[in-house]
Design a binder for this molecule. Structure first.
Ligand SMILES: Nc1nc2c(ncn2[C@@H]2O[C@H](COP(=O)(O)OP(=O)(O)OP(=O)(O)O)[C@@H](O)[C@H]2O)c(=O)[nH]1
Ligand SMILES: [Mg+2]
Length: 307
């Protein structure tokens, strides 16, 4: 009989629609919901039921991607960080972090890059050797086109090169169970490592806004806000012109754009507040302590483990 080794946890990341949930379902026979439409599907962390691979009990962790159509980037950062911090508290480390990328995309857009940067900032250079960049959807492009894109991704500093230089590996996923298992086999025996975001918040006692991921997101939000303000100035000029020339229909359309822009600007501000005002580790610790005391009292003062 094969001896069951240490349980293994592997995080799966990537933009909305990259195929994260499909990969997890295929690899472990889970039945998490996937999406065929444009709207993002996985809005929270989902841990698939563990399955056995070469004697390892493997749990794949599904994450929502940046540019989720229902959640802001700040909410995604908060969801992912809450999860990895609670795993740290339980003593769990990650043997792998997978970043999925569709080779069928004819260009690497801002969303894919934002997600990739988050993958790097989450892992940090110490945990990137446990990172795996997995390209999929090879059936959607010719071998020649796919290979040329892969080469560019591997060689350019703006794409995957820095992560690969730091020790991340790159794999092709052929959308088969065997293919998924072949990739996971390269990760299961890794030494489980602490991620940079865990290290920053727990070991270095940083607030989320002071972490690499938090700083990058705040920078992006500030830039977005500035862009919205510039667009608004232009729009207000155009509205004035439409009013002066009695262009009623044009004015109504521009007003509609203005409302959309105001909502986007408000969202960028709300996201910045969400990161800056997130409870720090100490507050989280106090909440944990309070919850523990409540359970301790509820159990008649006989809990064996401290918080
Ligand atoms: N051809 C092809 N299609 C795939 C592959 N993986 C996923 N898909 C399809 O891509 C679509 C999106 O897949 P999901 O697994 O829901 O993607 P996701 O990354 O979990 O998306 P969110 O949960 O919205 O972030 C679905 O229609 C899948 O059937 C693949 O390897 N090849
Ligand atoms: Mg999903």
């Amino acid at each position: 009989m094969q001896k069951i080794k240490q349980p293994v946890k592997i995080i799966v990341m990537g933009p909305t629609g990259a195929g994260k949930t499909s990969f997890i379902n295929l690899a472990g026979g889970a039945q998490l919901q996937t999406s065929a439409g444009l709207e993002s599907c996985t809005g929270k962390i989902q841990v698939a039921p563990p399955f056995s691979l070469d004697g390892y009990s493997v749990s794949l962790v599904d994450t929502p991607g940046f540019d989720d159509t229902t959640k802001s980037d700040a909410q995604i950062l908060s969801i992912v960080s809450e999860y990895i911090l609670s795993e740290y508290d339980k003593g769990n480390r990650f043997s792998g972090v997978i970043f999925l990328h569709r080779i069928s995309d004819n260009r690497v857009g801002g969303t894919a890059l934002r997600n990739f940067r988050f993958f790097c900032q989450l892992c940090g250079k110490d945990a990137l050797p446990n990172g795996a960049i997995v390209t999929n959807m090879w059936g959607e492009v010719s071998e020649e086109v796919g290979r040329a894109r892969e080469e560019e991704l591997v060689q350019k500093d703006v794409f995957f090169k820095p992560a690969l230089d730091a020790g991340a590996k790159m794999f092709r996923h052929d959308n088969t169970v065997e293919g998924a298992h072949a990739i996971l086999r390269q990760l299961v025996a890794n030494r489980p490592r602490t991620l940079l975001l865990q290290k920053e918040i727990i070991e270095e006692n940083k607030h989320i806004s002071e972490t690499a991921a938090g700083i990058a997101l705040l920078g992006e939000l500030a830039l977005a806000e500035q862009k919205f303000r510039e667009q608004m100035r232009e729009l207000l000029k155009e509205i004035d012109e439409a009013i002066a020339q009695n262009e009623e229909e044009e004015r109504r359309e521009l007003e509609e754009n203005r409302r959309r822009l105001e909502a986007q600007e408000e969202q960028a501000k709300a996201d910045q507040r969400m990161i800056l005002e997130a409870p720090g580790r100490k507050a989280r610790g106090l909440k944990k302590l309070r919850n523990w005391i409540v359970s301790w009292i509820a159990n008649g003062g006989c809990m064996s483990r401290s918080p």
